[in-house]
Design a protein around this ligand. Structure first.
Ligand code: AMP
Ligand code: MG
Length: 427
């Protein structure tokens, strides 16, 4: 049994990230939310595009106003009114000013803006009542960004701020990485779809839905392949088929040591290289991680990347915990995210409850990260049984508290590492 950290590094070492050319596609800006940039983007525009005013006031020559004050105001002739979106027509000469509004272009000849609160107006004359600083309230062309420099780096996830930048820069079509395709197979003779009546002994294949939701929320495209009986031949052909349609395959069930647990044997028969068989975590000990090299795949989708196979435990709690802990980093690395985006995020917070473990394996207890009265996050353990067979109290989970190997108790009030598991769409 591998320690969790070791399993994580093996898994990450097996993932070859998407290629900037082969795995990129052009999308419209309006469809780019949540996608990952596949190359860096530049703009041919400076930001700001031209010198403009940061205030409502008057555009002046600093030389005309540098020594004025309320007792001896500078008196300037107003020659033009410049609102946002208008191109100034007049050059400011000594003794002149233009009325100007926020965002409007600076007129030629002016180098400073005086805010209107520091002025008094009489018809077409303005009295400047206080000397401004030179160049005050002027936003200079290219002071935020110079045309041609990198604007956004490859690997950035496009959320609202990045979309704003791209729109402002006039980038309407963008190269983004395609979304990883993740095939999902549920193994088990006892499984039925949720719309079927339950016969004695049967259970609903909730994993199919849970894993599809997990994949979607992680920025992937789920390829649901349904339920497969615990029949070696059926399983073999289902797994072989899954390889042709996916970058990653997630199967659940059939990876422990029961009489009907065929997955590992079939993977070997199909030519997979098996890297991990079990990990010292609870829940989720049986975890098979394998790769199919391009040559061993029966059908190749034109790519020469290995397909990564996760044989997850069938238990719905174990399956999801394994996804959060081990599949998520692999999916993130494959997707084209930069290295700091791959690693699972552990936060150190105080535990609100006592956390128990048998100390033999790294134990994950599910619950919520909640704000306490002082504004700090603390971990609240989900009420009810923490048996891996209990799916019900997994609802509303936002964090998994980690009790390390060798430790049997983290007392309420003590610090604990918590794996964040709520995944905003596409991040
Ligand atoms: P297994 O890993 O195949 O031994 O399954 C472990 C437990 O998880 C058993 O109680 C199964 O009935 C249950 N299980 C397996 N697959 C699923 C699934 N797709 N959805 C819900 N429960 C499952
Ligand atoms: Mg089974």
């Amino acid at each position: 049994m591998l320690p969790a950290k070791e399993a994580e590094s093996i898994i990450l070492s097996l993932v070859q990230p998407f290629d900037q050319q082969l795995d990129a596609q052009l999308v419209d800006l309006s469809a780019a939310t949540g996608r990952i940039l596949a190359s860096s983007v530049t703009s041919q525009w400076d930001f700001p595009h031209w010198d403009n005013s940061a205030m409502d006031g008057y555009a002046v020559r600093y030389a005309d106003v540098k020594s004025c004050n309320a007792q001896q105001p500078a008196v300037l002739q107003i020659i033009e009114e410049i609102s946002a979106g208008i191109e100034p027509q007049c050059r400011i000469q000594p003794g002149q000013a233009s009325r100007i509004f926020t965002g409007a272009c600076m007129p030629k000849g002016a180098d400073t803006v005086v805010m209107q609160e520091r002025t008094r107006r009489e018809e077409n004359r303005v009295f400047i009542l206080e000397a401004p600083k030179q160049q005050a309230f002027v936003r200079h062309r290219a002071s935020f960004y110079k045309a041609g420099e990198p604007l956004l780096q490859s690997g950035i996830t496009l959320n609202a701020p990045e979309i704003a930048v791209l729109a402002a820069a006039g980038c309407t079509h963008l190269p983004v990485y395609r979304r990883p395709r993740v095939a999902i197979l549920s193994t088990g003779n006892e499984l039925v779809t949720p719309d079927q009546p339950l016969q004695p002994g049967q259970i609903v294949d909730s994993n199919q839905y849970a894993l599809a939701a997990f994949v979607t929320l992680s920025g992937g495209v789920p390829v649901p392949l349904g339920i497969v009986r615990d029949e070696p031949e059926e399983l073999k052909s289902a797994i072989a088929q899954s390889l042709s349609s996916a970058d990653i395959v997630l199967s659940t069930g059939g990876v422990s040591v029961g009489d009907y647990d065929y997955v590992d044997r079939i993977l070997a028969e199909l030519g997979a290289q098996i890297h991990i068989r079990s990990v010292a975590v609870k829940p989720g000990k049986p975890l098979t991680v394998a790769t199919f090299s391009p040559l061993s795949q029966e059908v190749q989708g034109g790519s020469n990347r290995s397909v990564l196979y996760f044989g997850l435990p069938g238990n719905p709690v174990s399956a999801l915990v394994s996804c959060w802990r081990f599949v998520q980093p692999a999916l993130s690395k494959l997707s084209g995210l930069p290295q700091e985006g791959w690693r699972p995020v552990f936060v150190k917070v105080r535990s609100h409850h006592d956390l128990h473990s048998d100390g033999r394996r790294e134990t994950y207890l599910w619950g919520q990260l909640r704000l306490d009265a002082t504004g700090s996050y603390e971990f609240h353990l989900a009420g009810g049984s923490h048996s891996s067979g209990n799916l019900i109290n997994l609802a509303q989970t936002t964090g998994l508290a980690v009790v390390p190997v060798g430790q049997t108790l983290i007392s309420a009030g003590e610090p604990v590492q918590v794996l964040q598991v709520s995944s905003p769409l596409g991040s």
